[in-house]
Design a protein around this ligand. Structure first.
Ligand SMILES: NC(=O)c1ccc[n+]([C@@H]2O[C@H](COP(=O)([O-])OP(=O)(O)OC[C@H]3O[C@@H](n4cnc5c(N)ncnc54)[C@H](OP(=O)(O)O)[C@@H]3O)[C@@H](O)[C@H]2O)c1
Length: 365
């Protein structure tokens, strides 16, 4: 636990003080839902645009991620990003649009706040990790190179990349020569106001702005090696095609990987199911028990059936199915919950890992 003290015979638990940037949006709402009752983190400040600032959260938010807004949160007053009370916040989870996030996150880090961001503004900077603790926990060491003093910025990847890296990482020992991936991405990936119903109902939109380039570059950085104080991106050829489909939540990805060494389906299954992340022993509250869950159904994984499973109630695991092989090519489908594993849940796991790895020492809790 972050801290506890005995006051007059009563044990008081102190948690890290949390602010959420972009709290009214799709990802901001998932942060609130996932942080409700969290053992380390306590949400105290919510930020959104000036249109929402000054108003009661429960009154302005078009809540869409569960039955109801947690009671204590609905009463909070939304604050403006131009007046962040830096003395009263240890950690900011950011779900801001990228064009706004860059300077807001930097200013917060400069003020000593630890920023865990979903925006893409800082992801590809040399001194900023795109952290996926099960895969590249050592990349967190990059924060030592940031110029913010005690504060820092840690990012998570874009939502479709968050799934793809789990499909590729267990195959690295076989030599990844080329990846061809086609995504079928849910509308929630475009945010609360993202895709008009008129455009997407009964339709497929074979273009998502900047998404293909993000998948290609972020994947190589995440799977890269931390050497000589920098990340050496994975050397491979990644080709992404991204489409938007009329599904509410869950990005499905059709992946074809050409490997240097031939691999049998049994070996591939073994690689996926026996994948053990280095963080399992830490018992982090948001870490999935099994990072990859194999879906045996011949018609799975499906967004409507497999996003949440008894063995993955939080939606943090990646579901893989329909594994096929053609000489040195391995083909499979993977499913990622875009607003949980691809966004808010990933950020929270990063903060939990940072705490376990000692990077939160010196902040107030
Ligand atoms: N959706 C996903 O699956 C997903 C996955 C990975 C990463 N991301 C990234 O996460 C971020 C948030 O995405 P989202 O889907 O949650 O978007 P969203 O639903 O459109 O929410 C955007 C949030 O940002 C706030 N905002 C907008 N303009 C602002 C301004 N000028 N100043 C302060 N706050 C402002 C909005 O507040 P108001 O309500 O007041 O307008 C709202 O709270 C984006 O960078 C996105 O690329 C999203």
């Amino acid at each position: 636990m972050p801290g506890s003290e005995n006051v007059g015979g009563v044990m008081l638990v102190t948690k890290f003080r949390i602010g959420i940037l972009g709290a009214t949006g799709m990802v901001g709402q998932q942060f609130i839902r996932l942080l409700d009752g969290h053992p380390y983190f306590e949400v105290g400040h919510l930020f959104a645009s000036d249109h929402s600032a000054g108003r009661r959260y429960g009154d302005v938010t078009r809540w869409s991620v569960s039955a109801s807004i947690p009671e204590s949160i609905g009463e909070l007053t939304i604050e403006s990003i131009s007046e962040i009370p830096t003395d009263d916040i240890d950690i900011l989870f950011s779900a801001l649009p990228s064009d706004i996030a860059e300077s807001v996150e930097e200013d917060a880090a400069r003020a000593g706040i630890l920023v865990f961001s979903n925006a893409n503004s800082h992801r590809m900077k040399d001194n900023v990790p795109i952290l996926v603790p099960e895969i590249n926990s050592d990349h967190i060491r990059l924060v030592a190179q940031q110029p913010y003093g005690r504060g820092f910025i840690v990012t998570n990847s874009n939502c479709s990349t968050a799934g793809l890296v789990f499909g590729l990482y267990p195959l690295i020992p076989f030599g990844i020569e080329q990846v061809v991936v086609t995504t079928l991405q849910a509308v929630s990936g475009g945010g609360l106001k993202g895709v008009p119903a008129f455009d997407i109902l009964g339709n497929v939109i074979p273009h998502i702005k900047n998404e293909e380039a993000k998948m290609e570059t972020e994947t190589k950085k995440i799977l890269g090696q931390f050497t000589k104080n920098r990340i050496e991106p994975l050397k491979t050829d990644i080709n992404a095609t991204c489409t938007r489909v009329p599904v509410l939540n869950g990005h499905l990805e059709s992946v074809s990987v050409t490997l240097k060494e031939e691999i049998s389906i049994e070996e591939a299954v073994q690689q996926f199911t026996q994948f053990e992340s280095g963080i399992m022993d830490l018992s982090l509250p948001t870490a999935p028990r099994t990072p990859i869950v194999l879906v045996d159904d011949e018609d799975g994984p499906q967004p409507n059936k497999h996003l949440l499973l008894p063995e993955d109630p939080l939606g943090m695991a990646i579901k893989i199915g329909r594994i096929r092989r053609k000489s040195k090519s391995l083909r499979f489908l993977l499913l990622v919950h875009n607003t949980i594993r691809g966004a808010a849940g990933a950020s929270i796991l990063n903060a939990e890992y940072a705490y376990a790895a000692g990077y939160l020492e010196g902040v107030s809790a």
